[in-house]
Ligand binder design. Structure first.
Ligand code: GLN
Length: 280
C-alpha cells in the first residue's frame, strides 16, 4: 500500500473509534513501524511492504480499542529521550519532566552527586538525569520486578548501566546503600488516593498498573513510609524532590517532612497544581 493511502486509512480508523489525537497517533504508529521520520511522512509516498502494513493495522486496531499509544508502540518519549514501556509499568508523564528540570537546577551538568530514584518505574527520571548530567550516579529502586525489567532495559539502551544500580525493594529501605551517602532523592511513588482510582480516565484506569498509581487513602500511604525511612540516607544538606497530587496532599507532605527539612521550592505543573516539592 502507498504511504499516503495508509495514512488516510489509519486516520479514519482512529477517528471512527473516537480515539484522542487520531492524526498524531496514526503518524506516530506509521513512523515507528515503517521507520520513516515524521517529516518524511508528509511528502513521501513510497510503497509500504505488506507485512509492515499488517503490523501497522494491528497496532491501529489496539489503539482503536483504547490501549494507550505508548503501550501499543512500546515506546514513550520523556525529556526528549526514548523509553521502552509496556503493560506493568507506568507510562512516563510530561509533568514529571519538571522534576528532572528542577533537580538539574541544583545538580547541573558537571556537578558530581549520587542520588536515589525511589519508585523508578520505567527509570525515566533516573535515566534523564544521568543523561543530562554525566557526573551523576544513581540507585534506582522499585517494588515491582516487572517495572525494574523495563528500567534495566532502558538504562541499557541509553548506555547508562555503569552509572545506575537497581534495587528491588518492596519496603522503603535502601540497603545496601550506606546511611548519609546520598546528595538527593527523587520520588514519584503512587500517590493517587484510592478513592479516586475508579474515576480515572479509562485509558489510565483500565491499562496502567494500579500498583503504580494507588497511594492508599488520601494518596500518602507510601510517603508516610518514605519520610520515616529515607532521610537518614541523605548527607547533611541533602535534598528531597518529590512529586504529588497537589492541594491538601501537598500540605500533608510538608507536615510529613518534619522539622529536619527546609522547604526549598514548590513547583506548579501545566495545570497550576503543586506537582513537585523540594526540601533540603
Ligand atoms: N501523575 C500520574 C497520573 O495522574 C500518577 C503518577 C503517580 O501516582 N505517581 O496518572
Amino acid at each position: 500500500m502507498k504511504l499516503q493511502r495508509l495514512r488516510r486509512e489509519l486516520r479514519s480508523i482512529l477517528r471512527e473509534a473516537q480515539s484522542a489525537r487520531p492524526e498524531y497517533s496514526a503518524d506516530l504508529i506509521i513512523s515507528l513501524r515503517a521507520g520513516i521520520s515524521r517529516a518524511e511522512l508528509i511528502y513521501k509516498d513510497d510503497e509500504i511492504p505488506a507485512h509492515v502494513c499488517r503490523g501497522i493495522f494491528s497496532a491501529a486496531a489496539k489503539r482503536a480499542k483504547g490501549v494507550p499509544l505508548a503501550y501499543v508502540l512500546h515506546e514513550a518519549e520523556f525529556y526528549g529521550y526514548p523509553f521502552k514501556v509496556g503493560r506493568g509499568v507506568l507510562i512516563p508523564r510530561p509533568e514529571s519532566e519538571l522534576l528532572v528540570e528542577e533537580a538539574l537546577k541544583y545538580f547541573p551538568k558537571g556537578r558530581a552527586a549520587r542520588f536515589a530514584d525511589w519508585c523508578t518505574g520505567s527509570g525515566c527520571i533516573a535515566c534523564a538525569l544521568l543523561l543530562e548530567n554525566p557526573s551523576l550516579s544513581c540507585v534506582a529502586v522499585d517494588k515491582s520486578p516487572q517495572a525494574l525489567r523495563w528500567a534495566r532495559m532502558n538504562a541499557k539502551r541509553l548506555k547508562l548501566e555503569a552509572r545506575v544500580e537497581f534495587l528491588l525493594n518492596g519496603e522503603p529501605r535502601l540497603a545496601p546503600v550506606e546511611e548519609e551517602s546520598l546528595d538527593f532523592i527523587t520520588a514519584n511513588p503512587p500517590y493517587i488516593p484510592s478513592e479516586e482510582i475508579a474515576g480515572l480516565m479509562p485509558e489510565v484506569r483500565d491499562y496502567e498498573p494500579h500498583s503504580a498509581l494507588d497511594g492508599g487513602r488520601g494518596g500518602t500511604f507510601l510517603y508516610k513510609k518514605f519520610f520515616a525511612a529515607f532521610p537518614r540516607f541523605l548527607k547533611s544538606g541533602g535534598m528531597i524532590l518529590c512529586e504529588c497530587a497537589g492541594g491538601r496532599q501537598a500540605e500533608e507532605l510538608c507536615e510529613l517532612s518534619g522539622d529536619s527539612f527546609v522547604l526549598v521550592n514548590k513547583v506548579l505543573d501545566y495545570n497550576a497544581i503543586i506537582r513537585h516539592i523540594i526540601w533540603r
